[in-house]
Design a binder for this molecule. Structure first.
Ligand code: ZN
Length: 416
């Protein structure tokens, strides 16, 4: 065998990568060549990609490298977007809830601004692969150019502190979708997981109502995921344009705080809104875990702390231990079919104009048979099998959310 020089090796790797979307990667289970061709033709947008949370870790995250979900748990990168036919999404500025104090507000504001910048830096570093999307029309244009669509969204607007004008700043940094709250009721709204403040506001706070108004004026889509049902209902009533639930479930098959009851989903749809279906296992069905597993996980956390803070030279050892734990005490997971039952139920309830996909990749989503974005063609194949048309699929795979952004833009324009 001829010796391979490093240059030749990287040339070979590049060739393999360029061909992987059409040639070398095997089709996901149950996906025919025809279904894959349709999936590749569609413009696919996931409305909740948590991947930017990795951008500011001590190790950083190479979005152009193909990672292995079974090794490091990550679910989104450029090579896998190509392989799974994911054309883009809303890349999330997620901030955990902290104290409602001037110090807390200042710290989170700075962290959130850094995250917004990190998303821009990721795009700027790979101008041949990604482009920042700022308007509804940008989605089709960027998709036609062969690049991946990067819309930016906010999950938890805690970082606005008591200054609503900061929403304008985030708009200027590209934000086109924003939700008021995450885990823990904050200054804007009650959370579905309210924590110590409880359901303090009975929905939106006075500032939360200002937030809805300002988002409408700026042309930002309002996102009700993580909000309490009362908050969601008030957002639907108050917002001048249809709202989204960017990564959410339906109560009918599994009653859970992060899922919405049928009546609320119907109200959402009646006002033109959309629910994007979450693939986080415990929202889909109850998933009790073995005590041995939760104990071992607690011990691993005590030993290593926050994985985002583990430096590169120690990270492989951490992954070895984490993988050994998963092997010894496997996770009780929901399956792809469980997910599809929720999806199919919701489509039947509200119709193809009001459903989409926001699987919570890199934020807790992922199931047996649906471990990372390379499995996305399975959704297309399964829905085709149910009789949905390519036109229906295009609505759910991105058309609906782009319609919401257009409505937000049109409302903003109407104010001038
Ligand atoms: Zn979330």
């Amino acid at each position: 065998m001829a010796r391979l020089t490093p240059t030749l090796l990287s040339a070979l790797a590049a060739t393999a990568l360029a061909g992987c979307s059409t040639m070398s990667a095997p089709l996901p289970e149950g996906v025919s060549t025809e279904a894959m061709a349709i999936h590749q033709r569609l413009m696919t947008i996931d409305t909740h990609l948590d991947t930017p949370a990795f951008f500011d870790t001590v190790r950083g995250y190479d979005i152009t490298a193909r990672h292995d979900v079974e090794r490091d748990g990550t679910q989104v990168d450029y090579p896998r977007m190509v392989e799974g036919g994911l054309d883009g999404g809303f890349w999330v500025i997620y901030m955990g809830q902290g104290p409602l104090t001037p110090e807390g507000y200042r710290a989170i504001r700075d962290t959130a601004l850094i995250r917004a910048m990190s998303i821009q830096k990721m795009v700027a570093a790979h101008p041949d692969k990604f482009e920042l999307a700022l308007t509804a029309a940008d989605a089709t244009r960027i998709n036609a150019s062969g690049k991946k669509i990067v819309y930016v969204s906010i999950e938890n607007s805690y970082e606005l502190g008591e200054d609503i004008s900061l929403l304008d700043t985030f708009y200027k940094l590209g934000v086109r979708m924003a939700g008021p709250v995450h885990n823990g009721t904050n200054q804007l709204a009650d959370s579905t997981n309210p924590g110590e403040l409880g359901m303090k506001w009975g929905g939106l706070s006075p500032m939360g109502r200002e937030f809805v108004k300002r988002a409408n004026q700026l042309g930002i889509i309002l996102d009700g995921s993580h909000s309490s049902d009362a908050t969601i209902e008030q957002m639907i009533d108050l917002s001048a344009t249809p709202i989204i639930l960017s990564h959410h479930g339906a109560d009918h098959l599994n009653e859970h705080p992060r899922n919405a009851p049928d009546a609320l989903l119907k109200k959402l749809a009646a006002k033109g809104g959309v629910i994007h279906m979450n693939a986080l296992g415990s929202f889909i069905k109850p998933l009790p875990q073995a005590k041995e597993r939760t104990d071992a996980q607690a011990a691993l956390r005590t030993k290593w702390g926050n994985p985002n803070l583990i430096p590169a030279d120690k990270y492989e050892q951490y992954l070895d231990e984490s993988n050994a734990l998963d092997k010894q005490f496997p996770e009780n997971r929901a399956t792809f079919e469980d997910y599809m039952q929720q999806v199919l139920y919701t489509i039947k309830l509200v119709g193809v104009d009001h459903v989409g996909f926001g699987a919570d990749w890199d934020g807790g989503g992922g199931l047996d048979g649906f471990r990372d974005i390379t499995a996305l063609p399975k959704i297309t194949a399964r829905l085709l099998k149910e009789g949905y048309t390519e036109e229906d699929l295009q609505k759910m795979w991105g058309g609906n959310v782009v319609r919401l952004l257009k409505a937000a833009e049109d409302y903003k324009a109407s104010l001038k």
